[in-house]
Design a protein around this ligand. Structure first.
Ligand SMILES: *[C@@H]1O[C@H](CO)[C@@H](O)[C@H](O)[C@H]1NC(C)=O
Ligand SMILES: *[C@@H]1O[C@H](CO)[C@@H](O)[C@H](O)[C@H]1NC(C)=O
Ligand SMILES: *[C@@H]1O[C@H](CO)[C@@H](O)[C@H](O)[C@H]1NC(C)=O
Ligand SMILES: *[C@@H]1O[C@H](CO)[C@@H](O)[C@H](O)[C@H]1NC(C)=O
Length: 191
């Protein structure tokens, strides 16, 4: 079992630390008439697939600030669960969906997310958002990222199930998802 986990990790690191899978990116259904302004404010990352910049991260929180030019500034705060060091990264997003659909161009400074298309598969703006990134590396291999964000730090199981159902409807495997620890986030952390 241990050996298997170690191998799996090596495999994940080998492919830019994102979930690799065989085949083309699936055709997904994204949120129509996506309203970026309503998407502003605080979101907690509660489930995600592995990405480099979230390594050892807990209490991951995004703050989106909307500007009248139709863009958002993004600040993502997190705490390293080993060292309790706080850190943050900043970024920028704008909707690029040709018909106003939830296709968000995302740039997170200092990460591999540079002009990355984030598909907002579904959101109700007030409780949950299911985000999906998929890039085809070659004809056979794609890499993908899933982020489940909620307005509450501790969403109900029912809400999480609703998010997983969104992925299921789009034939996206949830088996690489891990929970992000959102416990003990008000502790006095090391700066
Ligand atoms: C997605 O849809 C396009 C156009 O209908 C099709 O050519 C392509 O094969 C589909 N991809 C998958 C993975 O089903
Ligand atoms: C955005 O929020 C406003 C005010 O709360 C609301 O009237 C509007 O319906 C929302 N838009 C969408 C697309 O949900
Ligand atoms: C979110 O960012 C805005 C703009 O920088 C700031 O005014 C606001 O206080 C932040 N909210 C939280 C909860 O950090
Ligand atoms: C999901 O997979 C099923 C079975 O392969 C297929 O019938 C369905 O069209 C797929 N749905 C989407 C959204 O691709």
């Amino acid at each position: 079992m241990f050996k298997y986990s170690a191998l799996l990790l090596v495999f994940l690191y080998g492919v830019n630390c994102q979930i690799p899978y065989v085949g083309q990116c699936p055709n997904v259904t994204v949120k129509q008439n996506f309203d970026l302004k309503n998407y502003s404010g605080i979101w907690y990352l509660v489930q995600a697939t592995y990405t480099n910049f979230l390594r050892e991260g807990k209490c991951v929180k995004a703050n989106n600030t909307f500007y009248s030019d139709g863009s958002i500034d993004i600040r993502i705060d997190q705490v390293n669960f080993q060292t309790r060091q706080k850190s943050y990264i900043e970024g920028y997003g704008e909707v690029v969906g040709a018909h106003g659909e939830g296709d968000l161009l995302l740039r997170l400074y200092g990460t591999t997310f540079r002009d990355t298309h984030v598909n907002i598969l579904d959101t109700d703006y007030s409780s949950y958002s299911v985000n999906w990134i998929c890039e085809e590396q070659t004809e056979e291999i794609s890499k993908a990222v899933i982020w489940i964000l909620t307005r509450s730090r501790k969403p109900s199981d029912k809400l999480i199930q609703k998010c997983l159902d969104v992925l299921g409807r789009n034939n996206i495997s949830t088996s690489y998802l891990v929970g992000i620890d959102q416990e003990g986030c008000h502790f006095p952390f090391v700066h």
